[in-house]
Design a protein around this ligand. Structure first.
Ligand code: OAD
Length: 233
């Protein structure tokens, strides 16, 4: 079976009702990114940040995977699929994708404020625990913090992601503006003969001269077209 690697971003979940970050009405218009997505913002006002992610978790309970997520999961019948996502939601998993790498963390998890990547204190929350409070403690006694990679923090999963991209026969970029590194640089690790597809309803500058087959459509329609092009079914 061929290796198919997906790199997804916020646009993947747009049709499920989760807003993207950039562009008109994006999340970063409503919430200043430095306030809710940096270690400095968290140090300054942890309660505001904790509540911001509590809201995002509440929204998880109200949304469902869209045709795009389901279509990607379906590709597992014909390909060895790895999903590398910048998204912190769990919609790829809920659609049935078995191998998902989260570059920017996971909403459903919490960790230690002292050392966010200390695996001993990373914990999966059940939906009843989705509302974290100031004062809730991780195993090391520090405040429970959202398991999210904020701006200025290292991206520990990038090395694993690079390994998968290096062995991709097919690389599919869906719903990302390719503005945030190191995620946007993953394309550079795809071997020269890897087929590259890009699904996005808007033009995207991939910062590369690689030959890319562009499917200028939303995630659901775009993944359907991709499956047809890849000759599945
Ligand atoms: P962006 O908001 O930057 O880009 C979203 C992309 O989705 C754009 O290219 C849109 O054109 C596209 N899009 C919109 N609707 C779509 C649809 N229905 N189907 C497919 N695509 C659609 O989001 P990301 O590139 O994911 O990081 O942003 C990357 C990172 O920046 C995020 O992970 C987050 C953010 O700040 C952190 O929080 C660390």
């Amino acid at each position: 079976m061929k290796n198919l690697v997906v790199l997804s971003g916020a646009g993947m979940s747009a049709e499920s009702g989760i807003s993207t970050f950039r562009g008109g009405g994006g999340l970063w218009d409503k919430y200043p990114v430095e306030q809710v997505a940096t270690p400095e913002g968290y140090a300054k006002d942890p309660e505001l940040v904790i509540n911001f992610y509590n809201e995002r978790r509440k929204q998880l309970l109200e949304v469902v995977p869209n045709g795009g997520h389901l279509g990607i999961a379906d590709l597992e019948k014909d390909f060895n699929v790895t999903v590398i996502t910048q998204n912190i939601d769990n919609l790829h998993e809920r659609a049935g994708s078995k191998h998902v790498i989260h570059l920017h963390g996971e909403l459903t998890k919490v960790c230690s404020s002292r050392n966010p990547n200390d695996y001993r204190y990373i914990k999966e929350l059940s939906p009843e625990e989705y509302q974290v409070r100031l004062g809730d403690k991780a195993g090391d006694g520090s405040q429970l913090r959202p398991f999210i990679v904020w701006f200025g923090e290292s991206v520990p999963m990038i090395e694993t992601a690079i390994e998968y991209v290096e062995s991709a026969d097919i690389f599919v970029i869906i719903g990302t503006s390719m503005n945030v590194y190191p995620a946007a640089g993953l394309l550079n690790y795809a071997p020269q003969d890897t087929e590259i597809y890009l699904i996005d309803p808007n033009p995207v500058d991939i910062h590369s001269y690689r030959k890319v087959s562009v499917i200028q459509k939303g995630a659901s329609e775009g993944v359907e077209e991709l499956s047809a092009l890849l000759n599945t079914d």
